[in-house]
Design a protein around this ligand. Structure first.
Ligand SMILES: *[C@@H]1O[C@H](CO)[C@@H](O)[C@H](O)[C@H]1NC(C)=O
Ligand SMILES: *[C@@H]1O[C@H](CO)[C@@H](O)[C@H](O)[C@H]1NC(C)=O
Length: 954
């Protein structure tokens, strides 16, 4: 929920009958111009870089090049490090050589130290150094004056660094003024104080730590700072926004760098924004902003920041995909420009033919408020190479428990135990499958998380047991703002451990949030996280059981009375880092500590499920995310697709949007269309604001109930397919939901498409997202391929565009010729009732009469798959034979599930079908052939899904 929601809603109720358009109050959030570092960075215009690389200072070791950079005033001494990394990656770090105090380097996001790749100098002249990475044909040209770097693959220029000369690195310095000595001493004292505050070792208090450079120690010797004094401008040493002053005790510290991508016109990623998948150019708008914020009633189609940040940008053209991963957790802005933006295709061709033409090029400029420049260049060349490269840095999507791929029923709030019981029974009564019912903040005793309201939820274990008897789960909310209340055990323990984030004066940071006055645990502190995790054990979290899972909301963090509804940047974290440095990591750590808590409560056996609103690079390792507080509007339904696609491209596959829309009331048609779309998005949860009328599926008439049931049924039938896609995401870093261009990388017409998408490489989905729709325009890519309507089996030759007429029950989904999809078609109460159910295999033949598909299964809830208790199989159809074999012989999982039916789509009529298992007999099978649709239905092959078999279709 967003701040002010209730206040505003109360106002709305008074104004009943007058429905204002919902929209964000933009003045609550900074523009680039109001964020002083962004203003300063952006003021620098492209041109010759004031920096030069001192090639004479170059040191090349096995895996790294080091060079000093100085600016044209010969003042700024920066160290550039270039690393070659295994698998076509390069890492570039730029930091001050002797900073006044250490600058923040993002910890805990990388899953390991990337393996170095040898590099050596293969050429040199007076202004250039040529480096070659062993094992790949990439070269790096380092130019001394002006400083730039160019990366070549063979003879192609792939990417340039600082080619527009926008490297801008604000070195830490003392504040120069008449009071300089005083200020300087204050600076030293502050640094010591902050250090002491967080030092657990009394020996170290007030003594410099070895290796630490303390402010003031060298500062006196600094020369040439007159210039900087003159350069001082408002906002450098403090900055006020809407009555909040950011004191900036360490002064300006921002970093910025530009990258040029010749030959690229399409760039993606850097979520989270409510915008199209293809990034826009920002020459006449604000840059894309990455700063985790709780934005009340966010607006669509703009570059404003939202709840989460992943600083990974992807670029794609028909030859190559590449990625730029800017590892920085401070407030960040990203400018994108292009030399072809706004030009028509004809204009571009004319320019090209007249030879005046540059190749198309996209330029990207990153600007962060603090930290260092630490950037990974992922050189592909294919989309799956880039996904693998990024996964090798930040990890892959954790394997969700099977139930969490089912349907989730949520609202703010289910009022009490009886309400929960009634809603739960409603699903049975109306024959609707669902897996999880959710409780929002009202379930806790006065918003004291880890507790239950004693009147509304007096017997949580009874409630959970009843759900458990029906093989269902519950998710309860646990937010990171902790009520300041001497009678609240959680608060008392955090305070006594000193685990709260501190304000700039050393006291506990306090803000206003749902419980009223609240403090914020410092999740960047590993001891704090370990403590937090321990709170989820069954003896600590009273009333919890093993079918209770967790939801972390408001973890940007949301501070209702803070600047931009979040924490003051001069608040102080573990080891003295400012909130400024760690802001975008806070939510990542909250989800991590919660997920680790759920693992620990089971003794390390069970997989967790934790949903988070805020996130950062690497959050995929800890669970699911959703797109926050959307609205019951058609455009919000539509934007859920690009928002989740953008997340999928940066490693976060487990994404969904609130079905029905959080704010406002969906009309039944919108609600139904949203269920139909949500059924084909990875995380499938309905949610609604406290003040909206109830909207459980059976409250909208018989006809709409039937439509929703059908959508849920399609979801549940496909769970084996979803689970297999998530396994591949875990193993290969492949996105589950993916843009068309990932599968059809040379089809330019798909590059900006975000109204339809792929699930794995087999299904193309084009949800209906418009009111009163009579049809949708479908594009089926892949010249020489065929597709089949997943419901009617109608065949389409690709590539083609066509108008597909829809009715209220249409969910346009197409199965790609050449694929095999497993389904479980029996309607059940929940996914937990389905593991032993039989499979139907949908074999969609390509023009060569062939098809392939995979199936992954395990117990669906534990980590036993890591001990080989899984099955990973491939089913293929070639030369008239359907055969099944193991893809991973280590897998030893057993299941009673059998194959009850095989549907072969795009087939000619066979004369006989037989099946044989190794060492067994061959038996004839019954089948039907539908001439009109060219579909064979084979009944009761009767083999176990885990066994090898061969089915001959002659
Ligand atoms: C590295 O790039 C080469 C082509 O430049 C490609 O063949 C190879 O598969 C890539 N390796 C990885 C691990 O992405
Ligand atoms: C096949 O198509 C014909 C003509 O369109 C129709 O009359 C017949 O009922 C169809 N048969 C089946 C099994 O769908």
């Amino acid at each position: 929920m967003a701040v002010l929601g209730r206040v505003l809603m109360v106002t709305l109720l008074f104004c009943a009958g007058f429905l204002p358009a919902l929209s964000v109050d933009r003045s609550n959030f900074k523009t680039c111009d109001q964020s002083s570092f962004c203003r300063r960075q952006r003021k620098l215009e492209p041109g010759s870089s004031p920096y030069k690389a001192l090639l004479g200072s170059a040191k090349v070791s096995e895996d790294k090049l080091e060079v000093q950079l100085i600016d044209d005033k010969n003042e700024a001494s920066l160290l550039l490090e270039v690393f070659g990394l295994n698998g076509n990656m390069t890492r570039i770090k730029i930091n001050e050589i002797n900073p006044l105090k250490p600058r923040y380097e993002v910890p805990d996001v990388l899953v390991g130290t990337p393996l170095p790749e040898n590099l050596h100098v293969t050429g040199q002249d007076e202004n250039t150094l040529e480096l070659t990475f062993r094992g790949v044909e990439h070269k790096l040209l380092l130019t001394g004056t002006p400083f730039r770097m160019d990366i070549l693959s063979g003879r192609d220029l792939v990417l340039s660094v600082n080619s527009r000369g926008l490297l801008h690195f604000e070195r830490l310095r003392e504040r120069k003024s008449n009071l300089s000595a005083k200020v300087s001493m204050a600076f030293v004292n502050l640094w010591h104080r902050v250090k002491n505050l967080f030092s657990s070792d009394p020996e170290k208090i007030d003594k410099p730590l070895e290796g630490d450079v303390y402010p003031g120690e060298e500062a006196g010797k600094e020369e040439g700072s007159k210039k900087e004094e003159e350069d001082d401008e408002p906002g450098m040493w403090d900055e006020t926004f809407k009555g909040h002053t950011d004191t900036k005790p360490y002064g300006p510290s921002s970093v910025g760098l530009d990258f040029s991508l010749p030959g690229f016109e399409h760039v993606y990623g850097i979520p989270e924004h409510a915008d199209n998948m293809r990034l826009r150019t920002t020459e006449s708008t604000d840059p894309y902003r990455l700063y985790n914020l709780d934005v009340f009633q966010y607006e669509l189609y703009n570059t404003m920041a939202l709840y989460g940040s992943v600083p990974l940008l992807l670029a794609h053209n028909i030859h190559r995909t590449l990625g730029i991963f800017w590892l920085n957790a401070a407030e960040t802005w990203v400018d994108i420009s292009s030399n072809t933006a706004g030009k028509t295709l004809l204009g571009k061709m004319l320019q090209y033919m007249q030879g005046g033409g540059d190749t198309p090029q996209t330029d990207v400029r990153w600007m962060s408020e603090s930290g260092i420049i630490d950037v990974f260049l992922l050189l592909g060349p294919s989309p799956s190479d880039v996904f693998r490269q990024y996964a090798s840095l930040t990890g892959t999507q954790s394997l969700p428990p099977y139930f969490s791929l089912g349907y989730h029923q949520c609202r703010w709030n289910y009022n009490d135990e009886e309400d929960v019981h009634n809603v739960d029974s409603g699903f049975d009564k109306h024959n609707l499958p669902y897996d999880v019912i959710w409780l929002d903040i009202e379930h806790a005793d006065g918003k004291r998380y880890f507790t239950w309201d004693p009147h509304k939820f007096p017997t949580p274990k009874n409630m959970l047991s009843r759900l458990k008897d029906k093989r269902r789960k519950m998710v309860a909310i646990v937010d990171p703002h902790i009520k300041i209340d001497g009678g609240y055990r959680i608060h008392n323990e955090i305070r006594s451990h000193g685990f709260y984030v501190k304000n700039k004066d050393g006291g506990d940071y306090e803000g206003w949030c749902w419980p009223g006055s609240a403090a914020y645990p410092d999740f960047t502190n590993p001891e704090m996280r370990a403590w937090w995790s321990s709170m989820f054990s069954y003896d600590q979290y009273e009333g919890s059981m093993d079918n209770l899972f967790i939801w972390n909301d408001m973890n940007e963090p949301s501070v209702f009375n803070g600047p931009e509804v979040t924490m003051h940047k001069d608040a102080v974290h573990w080891r003295g880092w400012e909130h400024r440095d760690v802001h975008n990591l806070y939510g990542f750590y909250v989800q991590r500590a919660t997920a680790e808590g759920l693992i620990q409560r089971s003794g390390g056996k069970e997989r967790p499920f934790v949903l988070t609103r805020a996130f950062f690079a690497g959050s995929q390792r800890y669970g699911a995310v959703w797109t926050g507080d959307n609205a019951a509007e058609w455009d919000h339904l539509k934007i859920s697709i690009p928002m989740c696609l953008s997340l999928a491209l940066v490693g976060i596959s487990f994404c969904g949007a609130d079905v029905g829309g959080f704010f406002k009331n969906p009309e039944p048609e919108l609600l139904v269309r949203w269920y139909q779309a949500g059924a084909y998005q990875p995380f499938f949860r309905a949610h609604a604001h406290l003040d909206t009328p109830r909207r459980e599926p059976w409250l909208h008439g018989e006809e709409n109930l039937e439509l929703i049931r059908e959508a849920l049924q399609q979801r549940y039938a496909l769970l084996p397919f979803w689970y297999t896609l998530f396994y591949r995401a875990l193993r290969e870093g492949e996105p589950v939901m993916r843009p068309l261009w990932v599968e059809f990388p040379s089809d330019v017409s798909t590059f900006a498409m975000d109204d339809q998408y792929m699930l794995g490489s087999a299904l193309l989905v084009h949800p209906v997202t418009e009111a009163n729709s009579r049809g949708v325009h479908i594009y089926l890519p892949g010249a020489g391929e065929v597709w089949y309507d997943a419901h009617s089996y109608q065949k389409y030759e690709a590539s083609q565009s066509f108008y597909f007429p829809v009715t209220s029950n249409s969910i346009p989904v197409y199965q790609r010729g050449g694929s095999i999809i497993p389904r479980k078609n029996r309607l059940r109460r929940s996914s937990d009732c389905m593991p032993d159910d039989p499979y139907t295999l949908y074999v969609a033949l390509n023009l060569q009469g062939e098809a392939w598909g995979q199936l992954y299964l395990d117990d669906g809830h534990s980590f036993n798959y890591e001990q080989n208790e899984f099955l990973y199989r491939e089913v293929s159809f070639q030369h008239g034979e359907l055969s099944s074999r193991s893809l991973d012989p280590r897998g030893i999982f057993e299941t009673p599930s059998w194959v009850e039916r095989v549907i072969i789509i795009g087939a000619t009529k066979p004369s006989s079908i037989t099946i044989s298992i190794p060492g067994g007999t061959t038996k004839a099978l019954e089948f039907e052939y539908d001439f009109n649709r060219s579909v064979i239905t084979v009944r009761k092959p009767g083999v176990n899904i885990a066994s090898d078999f061969t089915m001959s279709v002659r």
